[in-house]
Design a protein around this ligand. Sequence first.
Ligand SMILES: *[C@@H]1O[C@H](CO)[C@@H](O)[C@H](O)[C@H]1NC(C)=O
Length: 297
Amino acid sequence: MLCLSFLTVFLIATKAQLYYDELKVIINMHVLLLKEPREGESAPDPYIKELAAHGHKATLIPVLSFKFVSLNTLSNKLFQPEKCGGLVFTSPRAVEAVKKCLEAEERSEEWNNSVRSKWNAKSIYVVGKATAALVQSLGLNTFGEDTGTAEILSRVIIERENTNSQPLFFPCGSLKREVLPKALRENGVPLETLTVYQTAEHPDLEKNLKNYFKEQGAPASIAFFSPSGVKFCLEVVQRLSGEELRQIKFAAIGPTTQDAMIAEGVCVSCTAEKPSAEHLAAAIAKALQETPAGHSA
Ligand SMILES: *[C@@H]1O[C@H](CO)[C@@H](O)[C@H](O)[C@H]1NC(C)=O
């Protein structure tokens, strides 16, 4: 214990010296990430890892819980590629629903032997790298993984698709934002959506937040990952933070979430340049450096 605190003092002293010019101390602040752990990954969450690399201790609290629905309809669609012009995926969870449809051995075989190559002859649009990686694991070629937002992806789709082609098929969640369907509709690009998972507030959300604040106190930074995260957590977080609310650096994973935060009157300290663990961790680390010494947790 003594050794540890000695080491800590030494580290702080070293860091303090390093940052002496700016009179800033950046070490081991607490960051609260209001997100679900990444689906189907046993490795440590990339956001926790990236923040640890910047010297911060991050904790995840899941905001949402998910339930798959209409998997039979989804399966029928997936095995009739001739009826669609292509596919659109904007969330890893929608791809998980597809995976569920391919779990049975004979379906998987049929998919591998003939169906996926028929899809690969069409366009398969994805937003973001996490979704792209999952879609690729189904043996599909993806397009648009660098777009990052539904808005930019819509523009790419509109540029590439004909108004008189077969509809693109878009499996999505119940909380999908209307950006992509609306943009495509307005430009006459046919799209067929199917809700394949329903999203609801996580049943333990408030309890988990209370425990976190009780055990760790108010974090130095809180990151939101979706407008529904803002909707379900903001009020509780504000209540639990009390006096310390003003010192908390609020971070957003992207412009959509940032807008939802601003609409609720939150002062947003930083927004990730791209929706990735590296970009968010870098943005948070920078915002926390701007905290005057003495406010570190
Ligand atoms: C189909 O291909 C995937 C890899 O793309 C593989 O993991 C899976 O086992 C294959 N399914 C069958 C039934 O061969």
